[in-house]
Design a protein around this ligand. Structure first.
Ligand SMILES: NC(=O)c1ccc[n+]([C@@H]2O[C@H](COP(=O)([O-])OP(=O)(O)OC[C@H]3O[C@@H](n4cnc5c(N)ncnc54)[C@H](O)[C@@H]3O)[C@@H](O)[C@H]2O)c1
Length: 276
């Protein structure tokens, strides 16, 4: 066997994937990584222009899909079935931030709106992906976007944190049920990726509308990672999702892959302990 045999190319050859929230950010980076590795990708999003453009670039398909509407998610999965006759990978990635502010002022209507996207969207995705995979007898992989906010308090709004924590529980219970069909359900929990969502949140928190992506990346790399000078990129998360989507993670289910440069694993406030 020569050394080229070990190159990890085309890790998803011929597999069919649906990615919600795939028009930009982490979802778009994952769509590219999946396509580069041989997958056929359906991008499901509410941002029609960038979503369609990316689908053209990666020879995929785009569908308008508001994940809070069950029928939209069902149609996105049906598109994959009509196109390629199967569904192997479902990445429930679409999500929104906010609402910010004190628990004493939390408007239940705004909580409900956030849960409709972040939590119900994932419920819709798991439900219809599982139906398709069971029906076609596909030992598929379902991946859901949780967050570092589900692990450590104080990183995001109450509503967002609740939604991401609930996703971890749902992934575990559905992994339990769907294992019988060979279907795996896992989560990724990124931290501090300077996507449009995070930059928008920092602008609001810091009251600075001029903040740029580079500014947020620099702040995260200085305070939000144990890896000196190294903050996360959308590609870092995409590589984690790629692993969970591929057969390389075939014995991993019910797992939460934290992609945070060690931020939630340990405090570096007392790193002087390790000097000398
Ligand atoms: N950026 C981070 O540091 C971070 C950390 C933890 C978790 N996450 C999660 O990762 C996921 C992707 O976020 P991102 O950082 O790439 O942000 P982003 O805002 O760049 O991407 C979110 C995508 O979801 C889409 N979307 C929003 N509402 C939708 C709806 N109702 N239906 C369909 N699509 C919808 C958006 O149009 C967008 O394409 C989210 O679930 C987010 O909560 C991000």
């Amino acid at each position: 066997m020569d050394s080229d045999s070990y190159l990890p190319s085309k890790r998803l050859l011929g597999k069919v994937a649906v990615i919600t929230g795939g028009a930009r950010g982490i979802g778009a980076a994952t769509a590219k990584a999946f396509a580069q590795n041989g997958a056929h990708v359906v991008i499901a999003d509410i941002l029609d222009e960038p979503g369609s453009r990316l689908a053209d670039i990666i020879n995929g398909r785009y569908t308008h899909c508001d994940v809070s509407i069950e029928g939209d998610v069902e149609r996105a999965i049906q598109l994959a079935l009509d196109w390629k006759g199967r569904l192997d990978i479902m990445f429930n990635n679409a999500g929104v931030a906010g609402p910010d502010g004190s628990i004493t002022n939390l408007e239940i209507g705004r909580l409900t709106s956030l849960l409709a996207v972040n939590l119900h969207g994932v419920v819709h995705g798991i439900k219809h992906a599982a139906r398709a995979m069971i029906d076609k007898k596909t030992a598929g992989s379902i991946i859901c976007s949780s967050s570092s906010a589900a692990i450590m308090g104080g990183l995001a709004s109450h509503a967002y944190t609740m939604s991401k924590e609930a996703i971890l529980g749902l992934a575990r219970t559905t992994a339990c049920e769907l294992g019988e069909h060979g279907i795996r359900v896992n989560c990724v929990s990124p931290h501090g990726v300077a996507s449009e969502m995070l930059v928008g949140a920092y602008k609001r928190f810091l009251g600075n509308p001029d903040l740029k992506t580079e500014d947020v990346s620099k702040m995260v790399s200085e305070t939000g990672s144990l890896l000196k000078g190294r903050g996360p990129t959308v590609e870092d998360v995409a590589q984690g999702v790629l692993f969970l989507a591929s057969d390389e993670s075939g014995f991993i289910t019910g797992h939460n892959l934290v992609i945070d440069g060690g931020f939630t694993a340990a405090s570096n406030q007392m790193s002087f302990i390790y000097q000398g």
